[in-house]
Design a protein around this ligand. Sequence first.
Ligand code: PLP
Length: 421
Amino acid sequence: MTKESALSGFNRMRSKLSFGRMVEMAAKMGMENPLFRCHERAAKGTTVIDGKEYINFSTYDYLDINTHPEITRAVTEAATLYGTSAGASRLVGGERPPHRKLEKDIADFYGVEDCIAFVSGHATNVSTLGFMFGHRDGIFHDGLAHNSLLQGARLSGATRISYEHNDCDALEALLAEKRAGFRHAIIVTEGLFSMDGNVPDLPRLIELKKKYDCLLLVDEAHSLGVLGATGHGAREYFGIDPKDVDMWMSTLSKTLCGCGGFIAGSRDLIEFLKYGSSGFVFSVGMPPVIAAACDKALEILLREPERVRKLQDISQYFLHYAKDKGLDTGASQGYAVIPVIIGNSWVTGFLSQLLFKRGIYVMPISFPAVKEGAARLRFFISAAHTEDMVRKTLDAVVEEIPNAQAIVDKYQSEHTDVLNI
Ligand SMILES: Cc1ncc(COP(=O)(O)O)c(C=O)c1O
């Protein structure tokens, strides 16, 4: 094959990325690409880009734990003892003490028997669902479930049944109609939805999983450390028995300031995953330094519940201030994830850019990450944010919306043939 034909093949594949066309179009309109910006220090409540400080709403460091000196010390000690790599899959290369300590501490945190840690949060969901279920099974998932859950469901070959976001009546109707046709079935939801910032009706989901003999997986990526008086997540928020959820999943990349993911549950389930799930068996073990970092972050979370209170207070303040200003925060309940829904993707993109110029870093989210016409600025709130930062930001949002709209209107009036919005 000639170099040219190979390249044009690649370009045909690339055309799958409508995003590429959007970036091109945005550049023509004068919009800078907001993605992949380089931050010059740890991105916390504020961040530094090109030497300039910004109020930062794009970090998962919900409890303001990243860069904590105790974590730096724990990581340094672990690196000195074990190096930076686990060397091989834990199955064959063996464990290091921080692996099992982290897993035991997470299991205790959840009040369940055991836990397994994977090198990636995304791979945790893909490998767990992909391994556990097969073509005779059914996976009932919330319509807004994260990409990793959907990819896992796809890999499994099970029948995927999406129910309307957070609509337990719709789920029950589907279970009544279809559950009997499957060997095994699972209900999959998130503890706090990552785009909308709302919680599911977990007690009802537990009732349904019992009634229809299903397993239940709750992805706590955004609810660990965020929900409940002491940050114990959805189970504390709802006061439920942790054993009523079969798989407590979460990433280690958000509140716990590391990288990776885990499943916590019964000893039998964890052993099953340890010997079978591909993302664990055929992938290197998590670097021991990361396990040590996450374990220390967990210790800080448990020792300092005031961080959780601070996060919850500032999140509620943000939500109410935004609503008072007439902004559309959708279904958000004011726990760390709060969208400001703008609607039009281009207006949202320009709004993000105008805010950036005013020292505010917040990402625009548009289709396909959210429904067409529901583009938004997504604010991740951190315990490091202050009321002053929130007011400054939301006042700026209100002021800049008409300016962003005006840029798009002007372009549209001059290029009616190009911009179909
Ligand atoms: C709900 C949810 N699950 C899983 C993941 C994947 O986790 P990670 O980014 O740690 O791989 C994410 C990532 O943002 C998420 O939001």
